[in-house]
Design a protein around this ligand. Structure first.
Ligand SMILES: [Zn+2]
Ligand SMILES: [Zn+2]
Length: 310
C-alpha cells in the first residue's frame, strides 16, 4: 500500500511512500525490511513460538534475515537459568537455518544474555565456551532490583529521577564497557519497569539521564539496538525512543541494529518499520550486525542521509 506523500521538502517527499509502506496502520506488520535481529522462540521460558513460524513469516513478509536470540540467564532465580542447553538451542537454530535457506531466509544463531556486574564473570566464561553468531547484552529486572513490581513503589518514594534510574544505567554502562556483547538490548526498558509511577513523558523530559549510558555505548563501540517492542507497552515508544537515537548519533554513535523482540507470532517484526524510521531520521544509513566471524554492514532502506539526496 502506498499513499500520497505529504508536503515538505522534495527530499522528504521522495521517501514518504516507502515510510507509509513500512508503518502502514494495517496491523503494523513490518515487511520488506532487511533484518529482524531479536526474536524469542519456544526455547525461551516466556515464548511458545516454534522457530519455523518466524521463518515462514519472514518469507511471507520479505524479511531475508532474522536472528533467534533466546534468553540466557545467569542467576538461578531468573527464568532462563539453565532453561535450555546451549547444544539444543544451537542445533534447533542451525537445522532450521538449513531448512529455510532455500526459501530465501537466513537464520542466525544468537542469544540475549542478561547482564549484571555480579555475574559478569559467568557471562564471560559462557561466551568463551560457546559460540554465537550474534550476542545481545540486556539489563533486565534482576531478582534484587528496586524495579521489581512489589518494590518499585517504595523505591520511587522520596527519590529524585536521577537516583531512581541510577541502578539501571549503572548496569548498562558496565555492560557496554564489558566488551562482551555485540549489542546493548532495549536500552531504556527501565521506563517499562517504572510505569505507571513515572511516565515515559516524564523520563523523556530528562534526556540527560541517559547521556552517560549513550556515551559509554559510543566509546565502547557496541551497537545500540532500537527495539520496537516498547511500542506495544504503555508509553508506546521504541527502546530507546527516536530522540535518544538521534542523540546517540550526535554523540558520534555509528553502530545500530534493530529488533522486534517478538515472543509471540503476532509480534514478529511488529512495528519494526518505525524502528528503521528512527534510524533514517537520525541519518544512519546502515546497521552493524555480526554474523559469526563477519561484522556485517547492512544497508538501511531509504537511509541516505536526509538533505543529501540528488
Ligand atoms: Zn530483553
Ligand atoms: Zn528479548
Amino acid at each position: 500500500m502506498t499513499s500520497e506523500p505529504e508536503g515538505g521538502s522534495p527530499n522528504r517527499a521522495a521517501t514518504r511512500p516507502e515510510w507509509d509502506d513500512w508503518t502502514s496502520a494495517a496491523g503494523h506488520e513490518g515487511h520488506d525490511l532487511p533484518l529482524d535481529a531479536h526474536l524469542h522462540t519456544d526455547q525461551s521460558p516466556d515464548s511458545s513460538v516454534p522457530i519455523d513460524v518466524y521463518a515462514a513469516l519472514a518469507v511471507e513478509r520479505h524479511i531475508p534475515e532474522i536472528a533467534i536470540t533466546d534468553h540466557v540467564d545467569f542467576d538461578p532465580r531468573d527464568p532462563a537459568y539453565r532453561y535450555t542447553r546451549y547444544e539444543d538451542r544451537e542445533r534447533t537454530v542451525r537445522d532450521a537455518a538449513e531448512r529455510w535457506a532455500k526459501h530465501g531466509v537466513t537464520i542466525r544463531f544468537g542469544g540475549e544474555l542478561t547482564y549484571n556486574r555480579r555475574w559478569e564473570a559467568d557471562v564471560r566464561e559462557h561466551l568463551a565456551r560457546y559460540r554465537y553468531d550474534y550476542v545481545i547484552g540486556s539489563v533486565h529486572d534482576w531478582p534484587e532490583s528496586p524495579y521489581w513490581p512489589s518494590r518499585v513503589g517504595a523505591w520511587i518514594e522520596g527519590r529524585s529521577l536521577d537516583e531512581i534510574v541510577a541502578p539501571y544505567y549503572t548496569e548498562i554502562i558496565a555492560a557496554a564497557r564489558s566488551g562482551l556483547f555485540d549489542t546493548i538490548g532495549h536500552l531504556d526498558v527501565v521506563k517499562r519497569y517504572l510505569h505507571p509511577h513515572i511516565t515515559a513523558a516524564e523520563l523523556a523530559a530528562r534526556p540527560d539521564l541517559q547521556e552517560p549510558a549513550l556515551r559509554a555505548i559510543v566509546e565502547s563501540g557496541v551497537s545500540l539496538e532500537v527495539n520496537s517492542s516498547g511500542l506495544r507497552y504503555p508509553g508506546a515508544e521504541t527502546y530507546p525512543s527516536g530522540p535518544v537515537v538521534a542523540r546517540f548519533r550526535e554523540l558520534g554513535g555509528e553502530r545500530v541494529v534493530v529488533g522486534s523482540d517478538a515472543h509471540a507470532k503476532g509480534s514478529f517484526a511488529h512495528r519494526l518499520g518505525e524502528a528503521y524510521r528512527h534510524l533514517v531520521d537520525a541519518e544512519f544509513d546502515h546497521l552493524t550486525f555480526r554474523r559469526g566471524a563477519e561484522r556485517a554492514r547492512i544497508e538501511v532502506p531509504g537511509g541516505t542521509p536526509i538533505g543529501t539526496q540528488g
